[in-house]
Design a protein around this ligand. Structure first.
Ligand code: ADP
Ligand code: MG
Length: 281
């Protein structure tokens, strides 16, 4: 089996002093193989961004280890080179430079890495075609829709062919249609280009695209499972719902709205998921 692209060992981050500080990450152990597309989900403040920042060497752990692409990030000789070469970031707000056009925004990270300006232009054009913006090379961010700007940010993140794409709530500022398109774009990049992608999202529809969902709570990973079928994620949600819990637990209050036959069908479905990693908390 291939070595994991990402490997963390008891990764811990405490903001502030150890006694009174916020334990944003608490002994997180995560392995991600090359080519995976995984979603990190969980309530606000549970440590999702902190985890992503550690994986991208944007911040340093309090204790524990992060290995990416065979390198222990604590021992990097040149953090800037690691960031530029190995990871691409996509944030909720695209952070494009407003005075540069689409093409120039995508070329920027290649400065100093791709020597000739014509090669930079060629690659940026290729990437913008890939994200469906081949006809907007001259547009400035202000002339694009939110969804289009986020596509530019995706192209920019791919500029230096990173081994890993980290996306922190990339659909958070978009309407639902554009959000869906960005998730679809990420799924296509993963499938067609083999890019390893970790996406933090609240969007349940990401289950249609990812194969693996990691759920966090209070700085810890509480569940981590592979989906064989997108429908499974819906069943897990149902199992975790009050109705699902009532049916599984034999509590007759809310489940009373269903006939006994309906309850039995639902129980049989939910029980299949119960225990194999458990429904989301
Ligand atoms: P999420 O992305 O899941 O919403 P974060 O990783 O941003 O959560 O934050 C996890 C916890 O760490 C939260 O309690 C947050 O307030 C705290 N935190 C994040 N960044 C800092 C910081 N720079 N200084 C102090 N506390 C922080
Ligand atoms: Mg966050």
């Amino acid at each position: 089996m291939a070595d994991p692209l990402i490997h963390t060992v008891d990764l811990t981050k405490v903001y502030g002093s150890d006694e009174t500080g916020v334990r944003a990450l608490d002994k997180v152990n995560l392995n991600v193989d090359p080519g995976e597309f995984l979603a990190i989900m969980g309530p606000s403040g549970c440590g999702k961004s902190t985890l992503l920042n550690m994986l991208g060497a944007l911040d340093q752990p309090t204790s524990g280890e992060v290995w990416v692409n065979g390198e222990n990030l604590a021992h990097l000789r040149d953090v800037d080179t690691f960031r530029a070469r190995t990871v691409g970031f996509i944030f909720q707000l695209h952070n494009l430079l407003p005075t540069l056009n689409t093409l120039e925004n995508v070329e920027t990270p290649m400065q100093g890495r791709v020597a000739s300006s014509s090669a930079r232009r060629e690659r940026a054009t290729h990437l913008l075609n890939l994200v469906g913006l081949g006809d907007r090379l001259d547009a400035r961010p202000g002339q694009l829709s939110g969804g289009q700007r986020q596509r530019v940010a995706v192209a920019r993140a791919l500029a230096n062919s990173p081994a890993l794409l980290l996306a922190d709530e990339p659909t958070g500022s978009l309407d639902s249609q554009s959000g869906e398109e960005i998730l679809e774009l990420l799924a296509n990049l993963n499938r067609d280009q083999g890019v390893t992608i970790i996406v933090v999202t609240h969007d349940r529809r990401v289950a249609q695209s990812t194969r693996r969902i990691v759920r966090m709570k209070d700085g810890r990973i509480i569940t981590d499972y592979l989906l064989d079928d997108p429908l499974e994620e819906d069943l897990r949600m149902l199992a975790a719902s009050r109705l699902g819990q009532a049916v599984l637990g034999g509590n007759h209050l809310p489940a009373d709205t269903l006939s006994s036959e309906e309850q039995e069908i639902l129980r049989r479905l939910l029980v299949r998921l119960d225990g194999d990693g458990g429904p989301p908390a």
